[in-house]
Design a protein around this ligand. Structure first.
Ligand code: DC
Length: 219
């Protein structure tokens, strides 16, 4: 049986995680949060004092990482780390280690495994371009940097005019630059991807649009 795959790629804080999760729920498919894998390597590197430049050791960690995704929770070495890996600091380390080709190669097979036995919605940066180029529907989900910073601030329970806004906005710009300009698997729309700018769309509208696109493609 050929499994069906929808990929949702996009920049940091574009809402891909929320959207991909909801699309998967709606269709009754499996969900892969590929950014979580990079964040898990980042957390493990931090806890084991492996430097972000040490490509060989990082790739080793990535290949051997005992990870489990269970009912919406994420475990590393049998410890619950779902919230821990969401810290901004871990995100920054993740974006640095994601530049190493050997780390990406080590995670490639692990990601492909997710689509072996079940239909899959996968979100990340290179799901449509590198990991699942065969996907039936590829979406590039984006929103303006200002809108993404606002969403992140709200998510953290802060006011839009709080001093943290500027820092979060600058971090988003810095991570965009790094993700777009790295030599391996840079962030860009995959060939054949449909571009979806969610700056003025609600979560429900965005989910509906993606499901409609998929249904139009397969019917
Ligand atoms: O989506 P996220 O913020 O959880 O991802 C964390 C970092 O991991 C991001 O800065 C870039 C990297 N990443 C990647 O390079 N490729 C992916 N498919 C997913 C994430």
């Amino acid at each position: 049986m050929t499994t069906q795959i929808i990929t949702i790629d996009g920049p940091v804080a574009s809402g891909k995680g929320t959207i991909a999760n909801l699309v998967a729920q709606e269709l009754g498919w499996r969900y892969l949060d590929s950014g979580a894998l990079y964040r898990l390597v980042a957390l493990s590197a931090k806890e084991n004092s492996v430097a972000v430049e040490d490509e060989i050791q990082l790739a080793k960690l990535a290949a051997e990482l005992p990870v489990e995704f269970l009912e919406g929770e994420i475990y590393l070495y049998y410890q619950l780390v779902t919230n821990k890996i969401r810290a901004e600091e871990i995100g920054l380390i993740a974006s640095q280690i994601a530049m190493h080709p050997k780390v990406r190669t080590a995670l490639l097979e692990r990601q492909k495994e997710f689509a072996k036995e079940a239909n899959l919605v996968a979100d990340g940066r290179d799901m449509g371009s590198v990991v699942f180029p065969e996907a039936q529907l590829k979406v590039y989900l984006t929103a303006s940097a200002e809108e993404r910073a606002k969403r992140r601030v709200k998510q953290l329970g802060l006011a839009i005019d709080s001093p943290e806004y500027q820092k979060i906005y600058q971090d988003i710009l810095a991570r965009d630059e790094r993700d777009k300009n790295r030599t391996v698997a840079p962030l860009k729309p995959a060939q054949g991807a449909k571009i979806l700018d969610s700056s003025t769309l609600s979560i429900e509208e965005t989910v509906k649009k993606i499901i409609k696109w998929y249904q139009e493609l397969v019917n």
